[in-house]
Design a protein around this ligand. Structure first.
Ligand SMILES: Cc1cc2nc3c(=O)[nH]c(=O)nc-3n(C[C@H](O)[C@H](O)[C@H](O)COP(=O)(O)OP(=O)(O)OC[C@H]3O[C@@H](n4cnc5c(N)ncnc54)[C@H](O)[C@@H]3O)c2cc1C
Length: 394
């Protein structure tokens, strides 16, 4: 009876085990887990509610959701899509709901339903808890040795926080891991005084082409919200290289300079005698802050603005800059960019090119996504592909 070792009882590992149990119950599946519980991270995803996937309707291209690994994810999604995810969990007794922000959750809003469902679906697999794998090496017999024990197939699903020494014997290319999905520390008291403010804006890093749009939240330490998290993901490696220092540029109206000029000229011609400070084009606290930054007197009227005042206001609204002094965590939640280089992997099967019988799935690969359920979807899809690839090679 062929044997499979899965290393890591997380989202990808357990989904792979469940698929193997369903499709090839004759296989002996052993799951090695370093921790005391399987699926410990899945239990706390989405603030305990588990944002298990996304409808993908809010993104224009896959690379917008997956800054790294888009090509491999595209193939994995062809094999097991977001619709398949919903069908699979619903079919296994976990009805799901779609939120207006395109995120899918279990209807119960309880991540433990996802955990229980996966554990039930993988029944028959032997889970060895508190058993960290310290080595995976090729054996002379053609098998792979996991902690010196031979297996016919090995699937590595050790997640984003993986430590790679256990793979040293395999001589694989590793892209150094760096954090993704974090918030920005901005040491500007005037900005921080706007704490709690949320606006639809776009945010970028000066001197780079990294840019993201969406709700931007001002916090007591700097900037957070979907736009900031997206930018942290897109620029994860660049920011790691700069030590999380730089200049953040905010376009508060998420419009081009030309569009903002038209908007301001229209407002001026409709309200020539009105005070600029009382014609709020943005929430009033933010509007006053920005007029101050544009060096406009609080008692200035639209008719008095002049071309210099207008240009200063346009520049402040579209390219307001703040120093970035560091990163902070997003509600204790982040993923890792980097991992096992995709050049080691056959993108169709997720089998290692150098070591037949060795597969990789989930965040251990150099694949990661923005928030919204895309990371778990990558784990389900890649876990599925590994299981199916093993089954077709039997
Ligand atoms: C707090 C938090 C909330 C999140 N919320 C969401 C969300 O709502 N939606 C979403 O899409 N994504 C979310 N994510 C990201 C998502 O959880 C991960 O991308 C996903 O779990 C990755 O799955 P994985 O199977 O690759 O790794 P993991 O789920 O991390 O599993 C890896 C497993 O491998 C084990 N392991 C590691 N090394 C070894 C070893 N040497 N030997 C044996 N076992 C080992 C670990 O103990 C772990 O159990 C969240 C992340 C965090 C931290």
């Amino acid at each position: 009876m062929p044997s499979v070792a899965i290393i890591g009882a997380g989202a990808a590992g357990c989904f792979c085990a469940a698929q193997l149990r369903k499709r090839a119950p004759e296989l002996a599946v052993t799951v090695f887990e370093a921790g005391a519980k399987p699926l410990a991270k899945v239990a706390i995803t989405g603030g305990g509610r588990c944002n298990l996937t996304n409808s993908f309707e809010g993104i224009r291209s896959l690379s917008e959701a997956y800054p790294r690994g888009e090509r491999v994810v595209k193939r994995a999604l062809q094999a097991f899509s977001q619709e398949d995810t919903i069908r699979w969990f619903t079919g296994h007794g976990v009805p799901c709901v779609l939120q207006p922000d395109h995120c899918w959750f279990p209807r119960s809003q309880d991540a433990m339903d996802i955990v229980r469902c996966l554990l039930s679906a993988m029944q028959g697999a032997h889970i060895r808890l508190r058993t960290p794998v310290t080595s995976v090496t090729p054996a002379d017999t053609g098998n792979l040795l996991v902690n010196e024990e031979p297996f016919d197939y090995v699937v590595v699903t050790t997640g984003g926080a993986s430590h790679f020494p256990f793979l040293e014997g395999l001589q694989l290319g590793i892209v150094p891991p760096v954090p993704s999905l974090f918030t920005f520390t901005i040491p500007d008291p005037a900005l921080r005084s706007l704490m709690g403010l949320v606006v639809e804006a776009s945010i970028g890093l000066a001197g780079t082409s990294f840019k993201a749009s969406g709700p931007l939240l001002v916090t007591d330490w700097g900037l957070s919200g979907p736009a900031t998290l997206k930018l942290s993901s897109y620029a994860a490696r660049h920011l790691a290289d700069t030590g999380y220092k730089g200049t953040v540029c905010i376009n508060w109206l998420d419009k081009s300079q030309t569009q903002v000029r038209e908007l301001l000229q229209e407002t001026a011609s409709e309200n020539p005698q009105k005070l600029v400070s009382t014609t709020h084009l943005l929430p009033s606290r933010l509007w006053s802050h920005l007029l101050g930054k544009a060096a406009l007197r609080p008692d200035i009227r639209w008719a008095e603005l002049g071309s210099k005042g207008l240009n200063r206001l346009i520049a402040t609204l579209t390219s307001d800059s703040y120093p970035l002094s560091g990163k902070s965590k997003f509600r204790e939640e982040f993923v890792t960019a980097g991992g096992v280089a995709l050049s080691n992997i056959n993108p169709n099967t997720l089998e290692c090119k150098q070591h037949p019988g060795l597969y990789f799935a989930g965040e251990v690969l150099d694949i990661d996504a923005i928030t919204g359920g895309f990371n778990l979807q990558a784990a389900w899809s890649t876990g599925y592909v590994c299981a199916e690839s093993i089954i077709s090679s039997l």
